[in-house]
Design a protein around this ligand. Sequence first.
Ligand SMILES: [Zn+2]
Length: 55
Amino acid sequence: MVARKPGATEPAKCPVCNGTGEISRTVHVGRKRRVAGEQTGLCLNCLGSGEAPST
Ligand SMILES: [Zn+2]
């Protein structure tokens, strides 16, 4: 029988993407930085894993 402590072994969520591994960013184009739309990209903080990197 293995007893697991709640929350003890669960990895922390990435605070940047909130555990999703993706972040939506606004895309600007041109000199006037016109908003071209939104783009979903990989979270650079956790590199898409959704887990907060342990440093
Ligand atoms: Zn992240």
